[in-house]
Design a protein around this ligand. Structure first.
Ligand code: GAL
Length: 385
């Protein structure tokens, strides 16, 4: 409603302007308008000599995605419901300051160098032990205190549907070895997909695990709980965790547990189950092992369906795992339009290698060597039913 009023008043303002200045202006003004009402000016700053900004991707169906180069963050996703009505389905802030002054650091961000947890912030590579910032209980989470989510990426808008972000992470930044050059290409496709393509190269052996941390609520950001939404995860097993959310090293079948989402299941159905794993994370916050025909296959990982709006989101990835996090730590922080983002009002589906892989020799390797190219693709595809 607030959105509608905002859009209406903008439309009125631009047509009034058109009446004063002549009709061509009306067309021009309308074209420049962004559906979200987000203003570039609110994202333009200079931080440590680097410029931040807001970029818009648009396709021919009217879908619109806003991204800032501060942390490579998805700020908003305007997607249609079953009646064609648009709503913003991604949590975020109206202005850069919202991201800078917030203690939940990861809204919409690119996460690296290592997404998810590394036990005790420590790993050994080629006989040398590396120490990372401890920022989540006894562990290192999401690349440290100033991971990629807090870096200013170089941005190049290639055209209306493609934004290229690049970042050079220096040797030993946040404790990780090697100069790492990272590239993230965001594409809004004509079939309503947000395609994220990650590429990286290093000059020394290192570990890498990249993801995106967009919080989704398919009924609209800040519109209530996600526990009514249905979820399917294409994974027959998962990696159980200890009480600090570090994998035990085992890979267990989901069958007969609250982690079985192999057929679409309402998220709230088992979220409060009397289950030790659920209790450790205060809800869902786990890594599923994705079913694949072969390593690196771009295949369906998860599907979220919102019965209310009819929106459906398919997640496809080349990554071997996915973290489903049910927003258990959201605490009511006020986001876009002043809407509070409360407990379990959004979910993340973070495609990834398994948490703590550098300390688990039996998990798929996250080591990147100088003669290799890191490459992965994740797609969030929107449709309705
Ligand atoms: C998730 C992580 C959660 C929590 C969240 C941010 O990726 O698995 O445990 O840290 O990010 O609050």
């Amino acid at each position: 409603m607030v959105h509608f009023m905002k859009i209406l008043s903008l439309l009125l303002a631009s047509s009034l302007l058109g009446m004063i200045q002549g009709s061509p202006n009306v067309i021009k003004k309308k074209k420049q308008q962004n559906q979200t009402g987000l203003k570039k000016a609110n994202f333009q700053k200079v931080i440590n000599g680097k410029k931040t900004n807001l970029f818009f991707l648009k396709n021919d169906n009217g879908m619109e995605v806003a991204i800032t180069n501060y942390g490579g963050r998805v700020v908003s996703i305007m997607a249609p419901d079953r009646n064609g009505k648009m709503a913003d389905v991604a949590l975020g802030f109206d202005r850069l300051d919202g991201y800078l002054n917030n203690n939940e650091y990861y809204f919409g961000a690119v996460i690296g160098r290592y997404a998810n947890r590394i036990a005790k912030g420590r790993f050994t590579l080629d006989g040398k032990t590396y120490h990372l910032p401890i920022n989540d209980g006894p562990n290192s989470l999401h690349g440290g205190n100033k991971g990629f989510f807090a870096r200013i990426w170089d941005a190049r808008q290639l055209d209306s549907r493609n934004l290229l972000l690049t970042y050079d992470s220096k040797d030993m930044e946040e404790g990780y070895p090697g100069d790492l050059k990272v590239q993230v290409l965001y594409t809004l496709t004509q079939d309503n997909s947000i395609r994220i393509e990650y590429t990286a190269v290093t000059d020394k052996p290192t570990v890498i695990n990249l993801t995106n941390h967009t919080y989704f609520n398919l009924n609209g950001a800040g519109s209530g709980k996600i526990t009514d939404e249905k979820l399917m995860i294409n994974g027959d097993s998962y990696t159980p965790i200890d009480d600090t959310e570090i994998p035990t090293g085992k890979i267990d079948p989901v069958k007969g547990t609250p982690f079985d989402f192999t057929s679409p299941t309402v998220i709230g159905k088992r979220i409060n189950a009397d289950n030790q794993q659920i209790k450790f994370a205060k809800g869902y916050d786990d890594n599923w092992v994705l079913n694949k025909d072969f390593k690196g296959q771009l295949s369906l990982a998860a599907r979220v369906t919102d019965p209310n709006s009819g929106r459906v989101m398919d997640v496809l990835t080349t990554e071997p795992g996915i973290q489903f996090y049910s927003g258990n730590f959201l605490d009511g922080v006020k986001g876009k339009d002043g809407k509070p983002y409360k407990y379990r009002t959004a979910l993340t589906l973070e495609t990834q290698h398994y948490p703590d892989s550098p300390n688990e020799p039996d998990f798929p390797s996250t080591v990147l060597k100088p003669n290799q190219i890191f490459h992965s693709i994740t797609i969030y595809k929107f449709r309705t039913e």
